[in-house]
Design a protein around this ligand. Sequence first.
Ligand code: GFB
Length: 305
Amino acid sequence: MEKDAKIFVAGHNGMVGSALVRKLKQEGYTNLILKSSKALDLVDQEKVNTFFKTEKPDYVFLAAAKVGGIEANNTYRGQFLYENLMIQNNVIHQSYVHQVKKLLFLASSCIYPKFAEQPIKEASLLTGELEPTNEPYAIAKIAGLKLCENYNRQYGCNFITVMPTNLYGPNDNYDLNTAHVLPALLRKFHDAKRKQLEYVEVWGTGTPKREFLHVDDLANACIHLMQSYNSYAPINVGTGKDITIRELANLIKDIVAFKGDIKWNSDRPDGTPRKLLDVALIHQLGWKYSIDLEDGIKKLYRDKF
Ligand code: GFB
């Protein structure tokens, strides 16, 4: 990627897109094309066609997506499937039509089978049933990575797919109905401390395990892969370490210094029991995460609240 290449970061106002923009600017990339969803609705085929025809980007980071935590995935099932399919189809297809040199598509670790062998190797894809709460999102992302794969195979495109684990960091969503667990718990414990509540309700049983990666580490990995990885085989990006939701809740409770109790609400779904990524492949390519989970959460809490 040349420093003055035209780089389209789709979804630059989101958590991943904004981290990519910070990192690209830091590294001296000067020609970024950024369009808010108001200025360019990526679900709208006509508008995306016109945009590509006019702008003709050299490189594309496809970080635009409808995303959310377990509750949002389970509630807005139709929208998660439709909007993600449309965004991907429009951007990936137009990248082929207008000969984009390279595209990086962001998938997700939740597209692996619910009971995949741990740690999850890239080869586990499509070997078993999906977690029901996020099946629509997973199906859309699987379609996206298959579109990349098959545009490479049929047309010789250089479209790669990255599978990040659960992410956290600046510009996350703190709405308790749609957030992921980490920002939701920061918000809940912080508000409970401020209001001097006796307890905080945490969803599920606390036994599921999750791996958390800071979004700045993901942005580093994406730029590294954009420069060095040229295969349509999806590649995992994570830390290689996971913790239980109970451990996460206790960690956040301590960071926030909330003195009350935790109440577990097992009427809420647990989701996948575990989804730890096997990160051997990206380690071989010379990338490793650098932000420790506790340090990352402490900094986030200081900056956000
Ligand atoms: O982060 P999260 O919503 O997503 O939930 P997933 C992770 C775990 O935290 C689940 C528990 O076991 C939740 O039950 N949890 C506890 C909570 N308290 C809370 C809370 O207050 N809010 C939330 N949200 N969870 C999503 C997928 O799955 O992960 C998406 O649905 C996406 O498709 C994303 O891939 C990365 O890790 O379970």
